[in-house]
Ligand binder design. Structure first.
Ligand code: 4NP
Length: 168
């Protein structure tokens, strides 16, 4: 993993996963990192994101996602990468954006303990009762990207509270 060194040793490692790793999961990473920084918790967490599909590997997030995120103050600079088997060992929590992502991740998990690391982002959505997942915005218009950010700003707060509780 990137920065796999002493610095990461005592951090909780969280990996956000979607399909292409150019829209939802890099946005989740950016929103969560901003929240962590604003709460002074950056020494406690290491974040990354990945896609189950590797066709965009090396790319910056989709320009529409970057633009919508930028307007809310998030600078998305992650480079897309495909998830790999060792991520299930390296990360403590693996957050799937939708049910298709969760199924793909489940198939990849090598042990029951690895499978237990997978959680659904939708579980932490509280302000949008019609959503129990983060919908793919790739073929949508501006509203799709705004919706992703609304859902992520809500769910990241709840996820962070939950992780902090678990770390006690
Ligand atoms: P993401 O969005 O999974 O949120 O990154 C997508 C990005 C690319 C594709 C689909 C969804 N694609 O088909 O290339």
């Amino acid at each position: 993993m990137a920065n796999d060194n002493e610095l990461q040793k005592n951090k909780l490692k969280v990996l956000f996963v979607c399909l292409g790793n150019i829209c939802r999961s890099p946005a989740a990473q950016g929103v969560m990192q901003a929240l962590i920084d604003s709460r002074g918790l950056s020494d406690k967490f290491y974040l990354d994101s990945a896609g189950t599909y590797g066709g965009h590997a090396g790319d910056l997030p989709d320009s529409r996602m970057r633009q919508h995120a930028r307007r809310r103050g998030y600078d998305l600079t992650h480079r897309s990468r495909q998830i790999k088997g060792s991520d299930f060992e390296d990360f403590d929590v693996i957050v799937a954006m939708d049910e298709g992502n969760r199924r793909n991740l489940s198939r990849m998990a090598a042990t029951v303990d690895e499978e237990r690391k997978i959680v659904m982002m939708g579980r932490y959505i509280t302000k949008y009762p019609h959503y129990d997942y983060v919908p793919d915005p790739y073929y949508e218009g501006a509203e799709g990207f705004e919706l992703v950010l609304d859902l992520l700003e809500d769910s990241c707060q709840v996820l962070l509270d939950s992780l902090m509780e678990q770390m006690k």
